[in-house]
Design a binder for this molecule. Structure first.
Ligand code: N0T
Length: 531
């Protein structure tokens, strides 16, 4: 009987991903979970004493989840002998601080390189051969064309997941990232002997049949290359896609994906947590080989999706000013938006990016890099997280139903901010969302820090949250619209608590809804129509 009771207490299923409308939610202990996180610096979780010192800062950062590496060299110093001391300590610390974890598997590759492989792998280049440049120079990069390397990485990954399955019945760990920002440098592909043989071998039918089945939605580059060769279903890589450097990237991407697929499947067989890969974006104007090539970049989604079907999410690491331009490309019917890394942690527009990603693209999580550096709650990110946490039950309820939108002023790669108001239709209303009040003259650098989201909760009811937005409502049918009531307030344990009734100057005498520019706030708004 005691055993039955214990079983019941731990009966919730492990975390998993579930569709809701056009969104994908992360389900934790049977409830949707909005992941408001941050990723640690690479070496922060390798020492339990060091990690322990970070928790006050992590609490001030308001994260509900921490993304932390697990190093292959640390868990398997001797082949087949595993040491999970650091991982177990990390689980214990996270639980003591009421925080969830996402584990990053730094296995065969971490940012192109293979520096996290154990010494017994690194030193045995016979058994674990290296990738080579075109000139034949071996790199500190394991080749993905070695079955022994895949077997060794998979054995370690499987051991990690098996350990978690028994050590984490409380579901502290929500997801696992498979490797880190895979991508080939300094050349577009591996030119080892095995790689060169694979280059001459036929393109797998799994790829060409995927291309044939997804003709209408293929990314332009892959589609053009494939069609230019006559949409062939068989032949070498050069025959199917053309003998170009772009094809070499496609080839390398397929083989990375195939490796990751086997690795992911091995881990999931032990313990089926959601798994994702993350990607370093490419700078405009750079050619394959000049950026970490062949990773799961948007122009290679059509290679990675069929190549690694066990991977649940291709996640975006965002270090460029044009975050919105990229985020849009990662939200697809076959891919939810998740941001496991970015340079936002200590930036003044971090909160606005979080509101935009969650509000506009139903992101189930947002988690900038270097969260250790957010040392107190005055940063933009914790301020936004405090409000997003209050709103998360409402957000979770509306994800994927088309009644939620996010707003931020887009920025170009060069950093030019588009300050123009944005128009959107919601229910019977047209919203004009501006990043300044009519009387405000702002520098673009200030405009970029503003942002928020709007949820339509009833025919004439909206929740408006964020910072510095001005919203004019008109009837989509041309009707006049008035504000019946607008109230600032907060959610405490899911219950709405009214604060100021917003009227007079605060609504520009009934003309608009205005969110304060000096803090993230929530307003509940009731409208009416008149003729
Ligand atoms: C990231 C991080 C960490 C201004 C870099 C970002 C993390 C890795 N790589 O600190 O190493 O583990 O995934 C690469 C993006 C560089 C673009 C810089 C543009």
């Amino acid at each position: 009987l005691a055993a039955v009771g214990l079983g019941a207490a731990q009966a919730a299923t492990p975390p998993y991903l579930r569709k809701q409308g056009s969104a994908t939610q992360l389900i934790v202990d049977d409830q949707p979970f909005l992941l408001l996180g941050g990723e640690l610096h690479n070496s922060s979780a390798s020492s339990l004493d060091y990690l322990e010192s970070l928790w006050p800062a992590l609490a001030a950062a308001e994260v509900n989840t921490v993304l932390a590496p697990v190093e292959w060299d640390q868990i398997e110093p001797v082949e087949g002998r595993f040491d999970f001391t650091v991982l177990d300590g990390m689980l214990k610390q996270a639980r003591a601080h009421n925080t969830r974890l996402v584990l990053l598997w730094f296995g065969a590759w971490k940012n192109s390189m293979s520096t996290y492989a154990p010494a017994w792998v690194k030193k045995d280049t016979q058994r674990f051969p290296r990738a080579r440049t075109r000139a034949g120079v071996p790199q500190e990069i394991l080749t993905p064309f070695a079955p022994a390397t895949l077997a060794a990485d998979s054995a370690a990954f499987r051991a990690l997941l098996s350990h978690l399955k028994q050590a984490d019945t409380r579901h502290t760990v929500l997801m696992v990232q498979v490797e880190n920002e895979i991508g080939m440098l300094p050349e577009v592909r591996d030119y080892s002997a095995a790689a060169n043989a694979a280059w001459r071998a036929p393109v797998p039918a799994a790829l060409t049949s995927y291309l044939a089945a997804h003709k209408a939605t293929l990314q332009p580059g892959v589609r053009a290359a494939w069609e230019a060769q006559g949409s062939r279903t068989g032949g070498s890589w050069a025959e199917v896609f053309g003998d170009t450097i772009e094809t070499e990237e496609i080839f390398q991407a397929w083989h990375y994906a195939a490796f990751v697929e086997s690795l992911t499947a091995a881990g999931k067989a032990a313990y089926p947590l959601p798994m994702y890969v993350n990607v370093a974006l490419n700078r405009p104007g750079k050619r394959p080989g000049e950026y970490p090539s062949a990773g799961p970049l948007p122009h290679l989604f059509d290679i990675w999706k069929p190549g690694a079907p066990s991977v649940d999410v291709i996640a975006i690491d965002t270090y460029f000013p044009n975050f919105m331009h990229w985020a849009r490309q990662f939200k697809r019917p076959d891919n939810p938006l998740f941001v496991p890394e970015g340079d936002q942690a200590d930036r003044a527009d971090a909160g606005a990016d979080a509101f935009y990603a969650i509000g506009e693209h139903d992101a189930f999580g947002f988690s900038p890099f270097a969260i250790d550096d957010v040392k107190d709650g005055k940063y933009s990110l914790p301020q936004a997280y405090r409000v997003l946490k209050q709103l998360s039950p409402v957000i979770n309820q509306h994800q994927g139903n088309g009644r939620m939108h996010g707003f931020k002023a887009p920025m170009s790669y060069e950093g030019v901010v588009d300050t123009a108001p944005q128009m959107v239709n919601m229910g019977g209303y047209t919203l004009k969302v501006s990043f300044n009040a009519p009387w405000e003259k702002l520098e673009p650098s200030e405009v970029r820090n503003r942002g928020g989201l709007v949820i339509q909760t009833g025919d004439d009811e909206f929740i408006v949250a964020g910072k510095g937005l001005t919203i004019n409502f008109t009837g989509a049918d041309g009707a006049q619209v008035g504000i019946e009531k607008a109230v600032e307030g907060s959610y405490q344990n899911g219950r709405w608590r009214e604060g100021r009734w917003m009227n007079g100057d605060e609504t520009h005498q009934g003309r608009h809804i205005g969110l304060r520019a000096d803090a993230y706030t929530i307003q509940r708004v009731k409208l009416y129509r008149y003729r």
